[in-house]
Design a protein around this ligand. Structure first.
Ligand code: NAI
Ligand code: PHE
Length: 361
């Protein structure tokens, strides 16, 4: 993908800034503010090219628009990508502090048309640091008055999505089903606890040897990362990075269903159809992983308490059932069905037919 191609999109705004001192580049892309201020996390990662990072930011921002709409949350979609000069672990603390300071200044310039939050390689402590300079941040620590980490809520939503998907696919309850979790980070490790408690047989994988060592120490069966997509399971749960399933993978993935937390799991436009044709039930990522958005927007914008957040997270199962019903009636794949539902909600909110809860900014 060329830089020119990466810049050609139909979103609302792209901001790019480079910092010669740390070597980091900053991208913020607002896909849509039609339903409310854009919201989406800050991802810090290395990328092969600036074009690849821009493209990722655009795709992630679009996914946030769909996630907010399908979940009936009064926000639009955006995303920040901080392009690191080296893997996060090897960025010196003083460079990271400067990177966060510059990112906070960028956020402040957007004057509230975009709120960020945690994502891959950023956490509540980083949100606390950003909030020293800007208030347009979700997911500060509880001590600093924020909603704290969204990871457990995300895992709860994925778990609810798994239960509904397993039933819909005719697999019954999760008890004794084989669930393969790719990525044992904040969300993946919480999902391990939830699925294990439900009696599933777990297989796990991670590229981080420390995470594999601790998984082994608690008796989990570990799969080498290169074997994950060849390993038979009932439910494959991608909880690492996106782009895991392209059409070729979809044509051979030995699973009955795919339900995970990773954003943008599908790598191309036909993967969802290939999965459908093979009878692999795919829970669209932006529906299954909305628990974190309920947690952050619910607590910090809508004034929900933890019980109201939990109710909405549980409702992920009903939204997914609606998606599966659309897929069946319209004879489309589930990703297309979820997009139809999201667009319908955007259209009805825009024409005032369906009132969204009033934000308290
Ligand atoms: P994290 O950074 O805590 O964990 C990611 C884990 O994946 C790490 O342990 C990493 O070593 C591992 N990993 C990376 N590449 C891998 C590979 N090829 N194979 C196996 N493991 C690999 O991230 P977190 O917060 O757990 O998020 C996971 C995914 O869920 C991300 O795609 C994120 O965008 C998405 N997500 C997270 C939400 C949250 O509330 N944290 C909300 C919605 C989506
Ligand atoms: N990054 C997470 C997601 O993709 C959590 C998040 C939600 C962050 C909403 C900011 C705003 O859902």
């Amino acid at each position: 993908m060329s830089l020119e191609q990466a810049l050609h999109w139909d979103g609302e705004l792209t901001i790019i800034r480079h910092d010669p001192l740390t070597g980091a580049s900053f991208i913020i892309r607002l896909d849509s503010t039609r339903m409310g201020p854009a919201a989406g996390g800050t991802r810090a990662a290395t990328y092969p090219t600036l074009a690849a990072a821009l493209n990722d930011a655009a795709a992630l921002a679009q996914a946030m628009t769909l996630k907010m709409a399908v979940s009936n949350l009064p926000m639009g979609g955006g995303k920040s990508v901080i392009v690191l000069p080296a893997p996060r672990k090897s960025i010196p603390p003083e460079s990271w502090a400067r990177i966060l300071q510059l990112h906070a200044e960028n956020l402040e310039k957007l004057k509230g048309s975009y709120y960020t939050g945690p994502d891959v390689n950023t956490n509540s402590a980083d949100m606390d640091t950003l909030s020293n300079t800007t208030k347009f941040v979700f997911g500060r620590s509880l001590e600093r008055g924020g909603a704290g980490s969204s990871a457990y809520s995300t895992a709860l939503g994925v778990f609810a999505a798994m239960q509904t998907t397993a039933e819909h696919r005719g697999l019954g309850s999760l008890e004794n089903l084989t669930v393969l979790i790719q990525g044992l980070g904040a969300v993946g490790s919480a999902l391990v606890e939830l699925t294990e408690a439900a009696g599933a047989r777990l297989l796990v994988s991670d590229v981080d040897p420390d995470r594999i060592a601790s998984a082994r120490s608690i008796g989990l069966e570990c799969i080498p990362p290169e074997d994950v997509l060849k390993t038979s399971c009932d439910i494959f749960a991608p909880c690492a990075m996106g782009g895991v399933i392209d059409s070729a993978v979809a044509s051979s993935l030995p699973a009955a269903a795919v339900v995970g937390a990773a954003n943008n799991v599908l790598a191309d436009d036909t993967a969802a159809r290939v999965l459908r044709d093979r009878g692999v039930l795919y829970a669209p990522d932006f529906v299954a992983n909305a628990g974190g958005a309920y947690h952050l927007v619910g607590r910090e914008v809508l004034g929900w308490n933890q019980y109201t957040v939990a109710e909405h997270i549980k409702n992920t199962g009903s939204i997914l059932s609606e998606v599966y019903a659309i897929a069946s009636v319209d004879e489309v794949d589930t990703d297309t069905a979820a997009r139809i539902l999201a667009r319908k909600r955007i259209a009805s909110a825009s024409t005032g037919q369906r009132g969204l809860e009033r934000p308290r900014f």
